[in-house]
Design a protein around this ligand. Structure first.
Ligand code: 13P
Length: 254
């Protein structure tokens, strides 16, 4: 099995202006998180990306956007392209977050175009998948995850899988304080890896799978120690530099 470096990503959603972003990054770096052992990505809103890129420069911390459009340019009011993010010095992009799917009509079809467009621009796509509470209680979790992974990665070759990050985020665990159990997280992440192994054993082995949903300093180490969980996509707890540094450190020691 390949050694997958743990990855901890801070999804700030619609929080933090430029000054707050700089303040966070400076405080976080001051806490000396083990950046040699864990890859850290922060995902601020569009307006704070440039401040994040300049403050993170030279630290090893990477910066990701929270969405992008699949086209290179064009008449798409309110949108930004992968090339525009690259031009800013952004390294990665979160795609298909459940909030975008549920509130803004993000579809599997557009994601199947966004993932290769991100790769082409040199951005690491962090593709989010996950089931609702009703889908889980109806025994549909495996089917939902399989459908999302298949559809969203339909235009990605087996050889490109290693460049992608998948975040398994059960929707019922997001912002609820109700974290998935280690068994639930491992089962879902193991299923995702097994599905992708059908396309490329090597790619599936190298690709990192994150868990997201009420991850906190208290539960991160256990989740990240699971065989198929290689890190986390953290919402609420990533807004505080101390909490996020504690989470990053637990990933390094897991
Ligand atoms: P919380 O960590 O606040 O549950 O959010 C998870 C999430 O949606 C990260 O993308």
């Amino acid at each position: 099995m390949s050694e997958r470096k743990p990855l901890m990503a801070a999804n700030w959603k619609m929080h933090k202006n430029r000054a707050e972003t700089r303040e966070f990054v400076e405080a976080f770096i001051g806490l000396e998180p083990p950046l040699d052992q864990v890859e850290v990505v922060i995902c601020p809103p569009f307006t704070s990306l440039e401040a994040a890129v300049s403050t993170c420069e030279g630290s090893g911390i990477q910066v990701a956007a929270q969405n992008m459009h699949q086209a290179q340019s064009g008449a798409f009011t309110g949108e930004v392209s992968a090339a525009m993010l690259s031009d800013l010095g952004v390294h990665a992009v979160v795609l298909g977050h459940s909030e975008r799917r549920e509130l803004f009509g993000e579809s599997d079809e557009s994601l199947s175009e966004k993932v290769p467009a991100a790769l082409e621009a040199g951005l690491t796509p962090i593709l989010c998948v996950g089931e609702t509470e009703a889908e889980r209680s109806g025994g549909k979790t495996d089917e939902v995850l399989a459908n999302q992974v298949r559809a969203d990665l339909a235009n990605v070759s087996g050889g490109d899988l290693a460049q992608i990050v998948i975040a398994y985020e059960p929707i019922w665990a997001i912002g609820t304080g109700q974290t998935a159990t280690p068994e639930q997280a491992q089962e879902a992440c193991g299923l995702i890896r097994a599905l992708l192994a059908g396309r490329s054993d090597e790619g599936a082995d190298a690709l990192r799978i994150l868990y997201g949903g009420s991850m906190k300093p208290e539960n991160a180490a256990e989740l990240v120690s699971l065989e198929d969980v290689d890190g986390g996509l953290v919402g609420g707890a990533s807004l505080d530099p101390e909490d996020f540094a504690a989470i990053a450190s637990s990933a390094a020691s897991a």
